[in-house]
Design a protein around this ligand. Structure first.
Ligand SMILES: Nc1ncnc2c1ncn2[C@@H]1O[C@H](COP(=O)(O)OP(=O)(O)O)[C@@H](O)[C@H]1O
Ligand SMILES: [Mg+2]
Length: 247
């Protein structure tokens, strides 16, 4: 196995609060690695440092062997890291298809530059349509985005993340605000994507995490207290004490 992402001794404080405390973690190629931890544990702060929205105080982040610790967010996106949820990228007045086509276009970069406009639009729409089929929204392609449900918006976010062809997807609570049925659909969708991209998943829904993750890391006060398979984490006493026991 080879690690796509390596985080070593990462630290980030806000005033007196250590939001990230000597955090070391790796994500292997094709792995779905979940991070769980109570509210305020530092999950979002970690994702923000990985996507480049926040700068660590110290420590190192390497992506495919390259040091990206202080790299600008747009450069990381170019290298193949995409972040979804908590920040929405949907344009509500545009059609569902156009939203995805826009993301496809952004992900293709310059590769369509020499193609004639009409063919280019057709190619973008074809790819966008294929992505909508993958996330189960093909029949809603021509709907205005605003008309879709919250759960469907989340499926659109996954399509947008896939459009970028990113090697590493950072998913910050994809199940947040979803009902039982919608959560189950999201689990199925992520199960289908799994293995193609590497995924770092932050999620409160324990059923989803234990159903999907190859490995789970447990974050408490900014520090990872355990990493292991779902079975190992379930039977880890420190974890039960610090977190699972609260449920
Ligand atoms: N921009 C910020 N300024 C001050 N404190 C922050 C900021 N962002 C996060 N924190 C604090 O850092 C800790 C971790 O927050 P966060 O990463 O949002 O946790 P989680 O996503 O696990 O709920 C919390 O104590 C939070 O209050
Ligand atoms: Mg959070």
């Amino acid at each position: 196995m080879s690690a796509v992402l390596k985080i070593r001794s990462l630290n980030k404080s806000f005033g007196g609060i250590k939001a990230t405390d000597d955090l070391t973690l790796s994500v292997e190629q094709g792995e779905l690695h979940a991070i769980i931890g109570p509210n305020g544990a530092g999950k979002t702060t970690l994702i923000s440092q990985l996507s480049g929205m926040q700068t660590p105080d110290s420590g190192a982040i390497r992506f495919r062997g390259r040091d990206i610790t202080r790299m600008a967010a747009h450069k990381r996106a170019h290298l193949g890291i995409t972040r979804s949820f908590q920040i929405t990228s949907l344009i509500m007045q545009m059609s569902v298809l156009d939203n995805i086509a826009l993301a496809v276009q952004a992900g293709e970069g310059h590769s369509f530059r020499f193609v004639r406009a009409a063919r280019r639009v057709a190619a973008l729409r074809d790819r966008a349509m294929a992505l909508l089929e993958r996330v189960g929204l093909a029949d809603k392609a021509d709907f205005p985005t605003v008309a879709l449900s919250h759960g469907e918006h989340r499926h659109m976010e996954i399509a947008i993340a896939l459009a970028s062809n990113a090697e590493l997807m950072l998913l910050d609570e994809p199940m947040a605000g979803l009902g039982t049925e919608e959560s189950a659909q999201m689990v199925e969708l992520l199960r289908g994507i799994k293995g193609q991209q590497s995924i770092l998943l932050i999620e409160h829904d324990m059923d989803a995490v234990f159903a999907l993750a190859d490995r789970i890391s447990v974050l408490v006060y900014g520090h990872i207290i355990a990493t292991g398979t779902p079975g190992e984490i379930r039977s880890n006493e420190a974890v039960q004490h610090a977190y699972l026991g609260e449920e």
